[in-house]
Write a protein that binds this ligand. Sequence first.
Ligand code: GLN
Length: 242
Amino acid sequence: MADANLRVVWIYPDLLSTYGDQGNVLVVERRARQRGLEVQRMDVRSDQQLPTSGDIYLIGGGEDRPQRLAAERLYRDGGLNRAVANGAIVFSVCAGYQILGHEFVNDQGARQAGLGLLDVTSTRGTDQRCVGDVLGDMDSRLGLPQLTGFENHQGITHLGPTARPLAQVRLGQGNGTGDGTEGAWNDTVFGTYMHGPVLARNPQIADVLLKLALDVNALPNVDDRWYEALRGERITAATQPG
Ligand code: GLN
């Protein structure tokens, strides 16, 4: 694996980087380097064309207006759909997650087309905004420990038949439809409402992305004591009353 090269693409940091989700890129980069991989990181602004040669694409959350602009540009660009058709892995958060679905409701109250890379549709919730800590049990097929994160969204997301829930919530709202699901995934595309940033709080998810991108079943272990301490702290804070 020492000579392998991994191309990581951070989509539109100028529009969708308001919730600290850039941390997800740093975690993917770091965990790849710890495994001896050479990482080429590409930050692609919304006025640039999206490269289709990436191995892993990450897209973050954002406010309603930047979300609309990002969705318009990504739709026009078409590069992310081509990259996924070529086998790329995508990890998306909140606004980014909604953009990857079939459609979402934008800041002008209109239904806006997403990229259709995940079989999900988002609408605008009529209840209170979903804000707060989340804990959930990950889809057992992923073989991962409990999901922890922080949510902050008005949109709610309905899963279609070919999207699997990423987790079932024990605390918090997740997709917000009342069915207890959080996030969605298919074989190569992942979406979640979790900020935090989620890969710093759940680094094993980053390893899933790396394994898929490298097409390997296992990765060398790395020292996760720091991450485990952070996870423990957040889980305790989330479950403490008051
Ligand atoms: N604007 C979207 C919503 O409120 C996404 C918010 C976010 O990315 N945190 O649903």
